[in-house]
Design a protein around this ligand. Structure first.
Ligand code: ZN
Length: 479
């Protein structure tokens, strides 16, 4: 048993000095009074001094594409539909070693940022074994959600792609349902035989990118394996225009077809109407809010206040590193807190620190498929815990509070990180894996990947002006 003693424990929205006992991967007990704390210390084989630190539940990255960690420095000044040409091209050129490096690079960044778990919404099912092995090796908690899709937004939007470019980034191949079914079953079985930190989810890329047959497969596999589901939803204005393909709109169609349920997380939701938020809330769906990514791609801003007022559960994500920028959930919490204030004159509606912190922890747990089991410091919860400096020049405050933690802390203040009851970083040193060796390998893989796509980028650049002009015309004519 491990006792973390003397830290400012963030529990139930309050910050109090206490002692937290960890045993068998879970939080076993909390104590606040001197005698109770002393009693917990006597039970522990290992007592960790938490003085001068906040002890908070691990932050959860509620929407990520792990392969993107190797794509830093690629295109990030275009709207999603055009940006995705670059990203898809790099994604399809990502081989097993590159993917392994990307996942481990992202894991090191997350650990250092106090992020203990992430949803990896993954485009390449064929490399699922590589992903699973890397997530296991990372020491972090992960939900691995391989894409399911058989339609392309470019086709749905009548956005013509030159044939040579279409061959590189165009529509996905048809889904072989039998093969997908058996591969998915094997993956679920394999993950469930592992550490318990890595769960498999279904990852339909987006509802409009799935044919009716793929919606049926999504429902069938979800129910057969009792897995959570992660999908993109209404991220951009152009996607909103595709609502015309579904009577009553996409969300209403999902409700009619039994796609909405409590283990579904939808990323973005920027273009949800209030009535659609209410439908999602009624079905206990989680929406993963990605403010930095949505700003970078010019997608818009989720109406956080409207989500709150209809009781829709939110998580917070950073999305792919080549759009969300540095994987920093502290920064995303602050964006989530501040962005609604520019458009909402009723300041009583403005989200506060406790709301965005709950989204980044308890909401994130729901996105991981672990609603109610993770995301709080309370007996029985999974022990994913982070020690954050409270006496740093940027964080010292009297009195210390959750407001201070959310408003002032960042990755640079994260000192020690525990996942599933085991330390993955102590005093600023990652112990889950050899970070220096990982960085060396990732640098090599990033360079190899960039070399592999050099010629393909020329194809993209040749086709780009015409596509870009067409997209701009369509955007201007969209309501
Ligand atoms: Zn995404």
């Amino acid at each position: 048993m491990i006792a973390i003693d003397g830290a400012l424990v963030v529990a139930d929205g309050q910050v109090r000095t206490g002692t937290v006992l960890v045993a068998n991967r879970k939080i076993a007990a909390l104590a606040w009074t001197d005698p109770d704390r002393a009693a917990l210390r006597t039970q522990a084989a290992d007592i960790v001094d938490g003085n001068g630190h906040y002890l908070m539940p691990g932050l959860i990255d509620g929407h990520a594409h792990a392969y993107g960690s190797l794509l830093r420095g690629t295109e990030n000044s275009l709207p999603l539909e055009l940006w995705a040409l670059h990203t898809t091209l790099h994604g399809r050129a990502t081989d097993g070693p590159a993917l392994h490096s990307a996942i481990m690079l992202g894991a090191a960044e997350r650990i250092r940022a106090g992020i203990t778990g992430a949803v990896d919404h993954a485009p390449n099912f064929a490399l699922a074994q590589t992903s699973l092995a890397a997530h296991e090796a990372s020491g972090l908690r992960a939900a691995f959600a391989p894409f399911l899709h058989d339609l392309s937004d470019y086709d749905l939007m009548d956005l013509p792609i030159a044939p040579d470019l279409y061959a590189l980034v165009g529509g996905p191949p048809p889904v072989d349902a039998d093969r997908y079914t058996s591969d998915f079953a094997a993956l679920v079985q394999q993950a469930r035989a592992g550490s318990g930190r890595v769960e498999i989810q279904l990852g339909p890329n987006a509802p409009q990118r799935c044919s009716p047959a793929s919606w049926a497969l999504w429902r069938a596999l979800r129910d057969r394996h009792d897995v959570a589901v992660h999908t993109h939803l209404l991220e951009t204005r152009a996607q909103r225009s595709l609502n015309r393909l579904y009577p009553g709109g996409l969300v209403a169609a999902m409700a009619r077809n039994g796609m909405l349920e409590g283990r579904l997380t939808c990323a973005h939701g920027v273009w949800l109407a209030q009535a659609e938020m209410e439908i999602l809330a009624r079905h206990n769906v989680t929406v993963s809010h990605n403010p930095a990514s949505n700003l970078m791609l010019g997608s818009g801003v989720l109406n956080f206040c409207a989500c709150q007022s209809c009781g829709l559960r939110l998580a917070i994500g950073n999305d792919s590193t080549n759009t969300g920028g540095r994987t920093d959930i502290f920064a995303n919490m602050r964006l989530a807190m501040m962005l609604p204030r520019r458009a909402e004159p009723d300041f009583a509606q403005w989200p506060k620190a406790d709301a965005v912190f709950a989204a980044a922890t308890e909401g994130g747990a729901a996105a991981l498929g672990l609603a109610g089991k993770l995301g709080r410091i309370a007996p029985g919860q999974l022990a994913d815990l982070v020690l954050v400096q409270a006496n740093h020049a940027a964080t010292l405050a009297a009195p210390p509070s959750l407001d201070v933690l959310v408003q002032h802390a960042g990755p640079e203040h994260v000192r020690s990180v525990m996942v599933d009851g085991a330390w993955v970083m102590r005093d600023g040193v990652i112990i889950a894996f050899d970070e220096a060796e990982m960085l060396h390998g990732a640098a090599i893989q990033a360079k190899l990947l960039r070399d592999r796509v050099a010629d393909q980028l020329l194809v993209l650049m040749a086709a780009f002006p015409a596509m870009s002009a067409q997209f701009a015309r369509d955007s201007n004519s969209n309501p």
